[in-house]
Design a protein around this ligand. Structure first.
Ligand SMILES: C[S@@+](CC[C@H](N)C(=O)[O-])C[C@H]1O[C@@H](n2cnc3c(N)ncnc32)[C@H](O)[C@@H]1O
Length: 190
């Protein structure tokens, strides 16, 4: 896996490592194959907690297997439910939330995250976030519906009150227009 600027996931993880902390709480809004859950579990340490959501059983199983293999399954609560229901399962304050949108790698590509649930989940994540906490999103536009989802997320993020949130967007300038977009939102207050 690339660890350079060519990896949108790595970029988001770097931003989230600035707010996730040992003993804290974080959320993986799209568990998928479990790589982001593993990353957050490492940062959480033995006293911390990660809540990981995915609607597909195969993703929950993949994530569980990876975490068990790495000996960190006890730090992560796996939830087979949509991230739009996040506030039913997680009570704040939360240090970091990651959304790695799109489809499950190696899975059914017709099953993708969608604009309306994603925006609802993002709004939930922002309510749960502690001051100084960060939400990071990796957004893909190369699949059907991806551009609409990206636009919906950007509209929501751009509309946030600048005195309450710091919002940045990173785009790749010298690759295909479908290269992933990164958005990081930080709740002000520390
Ligand atoms: C790009 S993958 C995530 C990759 C993952 N973070 C990893 O480290 O492997 C996107 C995932 O979002 C999941 N998903 C789709 N709609 C969802 C929803 N409403 N709530 C939670 N997960 C959802 C898909 O099942 C898929 O596994």
């Amino acid at each position: 896996m690339s660890r350079g600027l060519d990896s949108a996931v790595h970029l988001v993880q770097q931003f989230l490592s600035g707010s996730a902390k040992a003993g804290g709480t974080s959320v993986d809004a799209t568990a998928g194959r479990g790589h982001d859950s593993l990353f957050l579990a490492r940062l959480a340490g033995p006293e911390g907690r990660v809540y990981s959501f995915d609607t597909q059983e195969t993703a929950i199983q993949s994530t569980r297997l990876l975490l068990e293999r790495e000996g960190l399954a006890d730090r992560v609560t796996l939830i087979k439910s949509g991230h739009e229901d996040m506030e039913e399962y997680v009570s704040g304050p939360v240090d970091a939330v990651i959304f790695n949108l799109g489809y499950l790698p190696g899975g059914d590509h017709s099953f993708v995250t969608r604009p309306e649930p994603t925006v609802r989940a993002l709004e939930s994540a922002l309510r749960l976030l502690r001051p100084g906490g960060r939400v990071g999103l990796v957004i893909y536009t190369g699949h059907p519906g991806g551009t609409e989802e990206c636009e919906a997320v950007e509209k929501t993020a751009a509309g946030l009150d600048g005195s309450l949130y710091n919002v940045i967007k990173i785009v790749v300038l010298n690759r295909a227009a479908t290269a992933p977009v990164v958005i990081v939102i930080e709740k002000a207050g520390v």
